[in-house]
Design a protein around this ligand. Structure first.
Ligand code: GRF
Length: 215
């Protein structure tokens, strides 16, 4: 995708605060590469997901996710966690920005900070995360390494709702991949990420449709 070809995903200012009708208003939180940000942006551009990415929040300067946001003309804000006195203080700043950008759905895509009830209670049942294992197996950090060390023959990824307990909210969607004999953490993670890029946009649409069906 060239920078010139990237469509704008920024929505015009809207007056309503909470809307779960399409287009969904997404706020993405990332700490690293941002390949899931990219796959969500591409799914929107391809009309596979009726949504807009209102803002990227990221917590480390110079990460690839921020460059990707620039290419897609997505507004971005750096919230360096080292500059906040507590997790709660960081989450208060996150909530303020998400409200400022009129975000309805919070999409954690490689966000490497534990979030607190300050954020979770501001967006009840509206925060999704993707994790590189078939939860409930291998929660927490280094999930791919954990899977390889356990000798599993099938690995995968999970999209789940976010609750205060890490990687424990109800599961929305999963995809499995085989573990091959010579896999390293890098080769297995790459295979898992191909599935992440496929299912995360689908899972966002599914979550929104479930809200609409109970309204
Ligand atoms: C993904 O593997 C995701 O499952 C995990 O962090 C990684 C983020 O990748 N939570 P990317 O930054 O979207 O490329």
């Amino acid at each position: 995708m060239s920078a010139e070809a990237a469509p704008s995903l920024v929505s015009p200012v809207s007056t309503s605060r909470h809307s779960f009708e399409a287009p969904l208003r997404l706020g993405i939180m990332a700490s690293g590469n941002g390949s899931n940000l990219e796959s969500i942006a591409q799914a929107i551009a391809d009309h596979q997901l009726q949504a807009r990415i209102q803002v990227l929040l990221y917590n480390k300067p110079d990460i690839q996710a921020a460059e990707r946001a620039d290419r897609w003309e997505i507004p971005k804000h750096l919230l360096n966690h080292k500059e906040f006195a507590s997790r709660e203080a960081l989450d208060e700043a996150i909530v303020a920005l998400l409200h400022q950008y009129q975000v309805d759905w919070v999409i954690m895509a490689g966000w490497m900070r534990i979030v607190t009830p300050v954020l979770i209670e501001a967006f009840p049942h509206r925060i999704l995360n993707i994790h590189p294992s078939l939860l409930p197996s291998f929660p927490g950090v280094r999930a791919v390494e954990q899977a390889l060390a356990a000798g599993v023959k099938i690995a995968g990824c999970t999209v789940h709702y976010v609750i205060p307990e890490v990687d424990s909210g109800s599961i929305l969607m999963q995809a499995a991949v085989p573990v091959l004999e010579n896999d390293t953490p890098e080769t297995l993670h790459q295979r898992i990420q191909e599935q992440e890029h496929r299912i995360y946009p689908q899972a966002i649409g599914l979550a929104a449709s479930q809200v609409r069906s109970v309204d």
